[in-house]
Design a protein around this ligand. Structure first.
Ligand SMILES: Nc1ncnc2c1ncn2[C@@H]1O[C@H](COP(=O)(O)OP(=O)(O)OP(=O)(O)O)[C@@H](O)[C@H]1O
Length: 248
């Protein structure tokens, strides 16, 4: 693996028939950073994420994730990453601790490690005493935090978060981001898509997709400086205005 680059993509392309959803994109992500992946609906973010997670093969181009090739080493990639989608995958009819046990078991943690992790997660999430609570009765913000904790229960090199904070209030989003910072401090690289521009400002690096291409990539501070504006919202609006693609 190129030193400290946990993701490298070169000319990555994905077509569905004649439609080029992701159009020759190239970028790199450094270890331990929080990398924000922005774009309007339909820009191609989820398609990129699915290729990087080894869930969908590119049409052309190359990429490595945690040093593994996205064409040939998808099983190794799946072991090295965590993934949390918009409709995260907690089992609503299982309790909090059953969900932790279930996913930690899939990730191959030993019983002892699962017990340790369960105790520390419940403490970290302020869910002590709620281990037997059915997940369906938790507020959405707590479900999101639990889903994130579970996505990194096996200490992956990278965690992919696809719009992880949709539908909750700013306080819950703040709390969620504090967990993202903790993970990043532990050396976990965070690749996150979001529609919230305040969240884009929390990222170390931001990449903005427009119609399948990456139109800008830099730190939020540099992007705002280069576009002569004072918020990521304004940067995003300037770029998104050019988009011709509309969402489904
Ligand atoms: N399996 C598929 N077959 C055909 N077209 C697809 C397929 N998957 C995605 N697309 C198209 O590719 C484009 C990019 O979709 P994608 O879901 O990656 O966008 P996105 O940036 O993640 O958008 P959103 O923010 O709405 O999730 C869209 O126009 C979408 O309709």
């Amino acid at each position: 693996m190129e030193k400290d680059k946990v993701i490298t993509a070169n000319d990555l392309t994905k077509s569905f028939g004649d439609f080029v959803a992701v159009d020759h994109i190239s970028f790199e992500v450094e270890k331990g950073t929080i990398f924000g992946f922005l774009g309007a609906n339909g820009a191609g973010k989820t398609t990129v994420m699915r290729m990087l997670c080894g869930l969908s093969l590119p049409t052309s181009g190359t990429a490595t994730v945690a040093g593994f090739d996205i064409y040939k080493q998808t099983e190794m990639i799946k072991k090295s990453i965590g993934y949390m989608s918009q409709k995260f995958s907690l089992y609503e009819d299982l309790t909090v601790s059953e969900n932790i046990r279930f996913y930690a078991g899939i990730y191959g943690l030993t019983d002892e490690k699962i017990r340790e992790k369960t105790t520390s997660l419940l403490k970290q999430l302020d869910l002590e005493g709620e281990e037997k609570t059915m997940v369906k009765s938790l507020p959405l913000g707590w479900k999101q935090k639990l889903a994130f904790s579970i996505a990194i229960v096996h200490d992956p090199a990278i965690v992919f978060l696809d719009e992880p904070t949709g539908g909750v209030d700013p306080v819950a989003r703040r709390e969620f981001w504090s967990m993202i910072y903790d993970a990043s401090e532990r050396g976990i690289t965070v690749f996150v898509t979001t529609h919230y521009m305040d969240e884009a400002e929390y990222c170390d690096q931001v990449s903005i997709m427009v119609d399948g291409r990456i139109d800008a990539q830099d730190s939020p501070g540099n992007l705002m400086k280069n576009y002569g504006v004072h918020s990521m919202d304004e940067v995003f609006l300037q770029l998104a205005r050019k988009a011709t693609r509309t969402a489904e």
